[in-house]
Design a protein around this ligand. Sequence first.
Ligand code: TMP
Length: 208
Amino acid sequence: MTGKFIVFDGLDGTGKTTFIKMLSEYLESKGFKVSVTAEPTKGPSGVLIREILGGAKKASQEELAALFLADRIAHNSELDELINEGNIILCDRYYYSSFAYQADSDTMGWIMDMNLNCPKIRVPDLALLFDSPPELCLERINKGRMGQPLEIFENLKSLNAIREKFALIEKILNESGRNENIVRIDSAPKLEVVFEEILKAVNSLLGI
Ligand code: TMP
C-alpha cells in the first residue's frame, strides 16, 4: 500500500508532540509502518530557521516565510520516498504554520499561493489542527522548557493572534474548494479524551 501523510499543526503548547508519540505507538501496534517527521527540518534551511526563532539571527516574517518554503520543498523529497515505501507519516507542523505565523493581511495571499501552488509541496491526506486557550498553551510550554529560554512566538500576545489566524486559515481553506482534509482538535480536555478524537479522524482515513 502507498503511505499516508498526516499533519499535526496548531499553536505551540497544544500537546502535538505527545499525541504524535501516542499515535505512532498505536499505529505500530496495528502493524502499520510509521515515520515521524517535523518542520522546521534538520536540513540547511531548517538550521537557519532555528537560529532565527531562537533570536540569535534576525529576519523579517517575509524572509522567514521564504525560508520555511525552501525547507518544506527539501522536506517533500524525503516525504515522497517515505510515502512510496508505504509509511504513515506523522508530521509535526506544515504549511498551515506558515500561514498562521508568518502571514498578515497584506502577505497572506502570496504566502498561501507559493505554498499551495508549488508542485513540489504535497497536500496532506489529513491535517489535525490543535487548538487550546493560549493561557493553557503557555503553561504547558513553560513546564516543558524547564527554565530554557522561550522562542520568539511563545508569549501570550503572539499566541492569541496566531490562534485567530489558525481559525481564519481553516475557514479559507475549507471554503476554497481545495482538496484539504482538515479536522480541528480541541486539545484542552484530558489526554485520553483528545486522543479519542484523533483516533476517530485517523481511523476513518485509514479505514480501520
Ligand atoms: P516547535 O518545533 O516547537 O513546533 O517550533 C517550531 C516553531 O516554528 C513554532 O513556533 C512555529 C514555527 N513555524 C513557523 O513560524 N512557520 C512554519 O511554517 C513552521 C513549520 C513553523
